[in-house]
Design a protein. Structure first.
Length: 277
């Protein structure tokens, strides 16, 4: 643990990768797909981030992703890029993200939480120190979109030691043999990128995405969650029978501009659409 690391006091029955597994299990037992939502840490300011994340839980998000701002967010579209830029301008650092998680846990956040960020800030912080401090404050897993499994062995080992999930992504162009390898390496869930490009652009739920999900599930040893371009309850309703989890990011950031109440209601509408049948 790094000097002056924060502690959290909220008691949860499960933590780390097991908390993520349990969240998918509870959703499945309720006959629905798990709802996974994203916000950028430190946007529009630290106090607002806190209230918005709590609204995600109150609205019914099963799992929460909190983005760690980075100056070159190559996988993100315009909405998240703008939020990231604003968070950086406000002075949000990886350390500040950990402090935010600690405060959220102390305030009663019990939903599984993953930090989604790029590899350079992790290296700058110190790989083992980052994982140790994440575990200390109540982070359950990491998503590092620019880190392929072949280069992730040290991070994977550190996460395994601390019980954290390390989630890997597969794209529409990923060959089947590589999908199988990534599916074997991922922990928590397999993140299926629904289409090429960055986050934000609308997704059409068609035979192509159905085939992608079917192929991914053939190899998966964990739940499969689909993301990129999902914004409307109608999309969630169409995907719920096909995916174990549905990830909504840019649309959540856009709705958060309208305030806590609007965001809570939006998340509740997405949660209602996750029921199968």
């Amino acid at each position: 643990m790094t000097p002056n690391a924060l502690h959290f006091t909220t008691t949860r029955f499960e933590a780390g990768a097991s908390a993520i597994t349990d969240a998918f299990g509870r959703a499945g037992a309720e006959g629905r797909s798990a709802l996974i939502t994203y916000l950028t840490a430190g946007w529009p300011n630290p106090a607002a981030t806190h209230d918005l994340v709590m609204a995600l839980q109150e609205g019914g998000a099963d799992i929460i992703e909190l983005g760690v701002p980075f100056s070159d967010p190559v996988a993100d579209g315009p909405t998240i890029q703008r939020a990231t830029h604003a968070a950086l301008q406000a002075g949000t650092t990886p350390r500040a993200c950990l402090e935010a998680v600690a405060r959220l846990r102390d305030a009663g956040l019990t939903a599984p939480l993953l930090l989604m960020g790029y590899v350079n800030p992790i290296i700058a912080y110190g790989l083992h120190e980052w994982v140790a401090d994440c575990a200390e404050v109540g982070v359950d897993g990491l998503i590092v979109p620019d880190l392929p499994p072949e280069e992730a062995l040290p991070l994977r080992a550190a996460c395994d030691k601390r019980g954290l999930a390390l989630v890997f992504l597969v794209a529409p162009t990923t060959p089947p043999a590589r999908v199988a390898r990534i599916a074997a390496e991922t922990r928590g869930f397999l993140y299926l990128v629904s289409r090429l490009g960055t986050t934000g652009a609308a997704l059409t739920v068609d035979d192509g995405i159905r085939r992608q999900l079917e192929a991914a599930r053939q190899h998966a040893r964990t739940p499969v969650a689909v993301g990129f371009g999902i914004a409307q309850p109608e999309q969630v309703r169409a995907l719920a029978p096909l995916a174990d989890g549905i990830i909504v990011g840019s649309a959540v950031v856009e709705k958060a501009v309208e305030g806590v109440a609007a965001l809570r209601g939006y998340i509740a509408s997405l949660r209602a659409a996750t029921h199968i049948g």
